[in-house]
Design a protein around this ligand. Structure first.
Ligand code: FES
Length: 217
């Protein structure tokens, strides 16, 4: 993880895991977010806290092009402005009622969320496609130790495990928790996909053992 993540991008989820009309919880190094996709397919990232009474917006629901809070139904647009307060249907909510938002870019099947205002676009993963995501109960350092390789500033880690080349995108979740996106060459066969998937699961077990051993000392 970068010591100062301001201006960086985090690969928070795979496109396939955020269908239109859904919201999920996700994390950047700056904290929890509600990651949602409108009915028309536009991805957005909002702070995971409703400005009204603090309910998590990731518990809410998407209707059309808005994200609504599950508690009292206040609705927010992609820009974070409150558009509707059901208890006051005739009221135009003041501009001051807003939820913080983050920049979002979607490329090559990965959804990236920016911390602050990144000066560049997220990295291109030329020729690579995402296979799946999995959570590891292990921090970045334990995963790097298990892989015998370092992740770059975008979280891309390349290693060979049991003769199997694997490429991962790592996203910080908590000090001892990491989200792993598995990447593959676009023309990989089914057998190669299965082999990579198994190799990554073995790497995760190894990293989790390293993490557990470190925390028991
Ligand atoms: S807490 Fe979100 S609408 Fe009330």
């Amino acid at each position: 993880m970068l010591s100062d993540p301001t201006g960086s991008w985090t690969p928070v989820a795979l496109s396939v895991d955020l269908p239109p009309g859904t919201v999920v919880p996700a994390r950047t190094p700056a904290g929890p977010i509600a990651l949602w996709r409108s009915a028309s397919g536009r991805p957005s990232a909002s702070a995971d806290r409703c400005p009204h009474r603090g309910m998590r917006l990731s518990h809410g629901f998407v209707r059309g092009e808005t994200l609504s809070c599950i508690y009292h139904g206040w609705s927010y647009g992609a820009a974070g402005n409150c558009l509707r307060i059901p208890a006051h249907p005739g009221l135009s909510p003041p501009e001051t009622i807003r939820v913080a938002t983050h920049p979002v870019e979607e490329a090559g099947g990965v959804i990236w969320v920016g911390v602050g205002e990144p000066a560049t676009q997220p990295p291109q993963l030329a020729g690579l496609v995402p296979l799946r995501s999995l959570q590891a109960q292990a921090g970045m350092a334990a995963l790097e130790a298990a892989a015998g390789a370092k992740a770059d500033e975008n979280g891309l880690l390349e290693t060979t495990q049991n003769s199997q080349e694997i490429r991962l995108l790592l996203a910080f979740q908590e000090r001892d928790e990491t989200l792993i996106h598995v990447l593959l060459d676009g023309d990989s066969s089914l057998l190669e996909r299965i082999a990579v998937s198994r190799a990554v699961e073995a790497l995760r077990r190894k990293a989790e053992a390293i993490e557990a051993e470190g925390s028991s000392r």
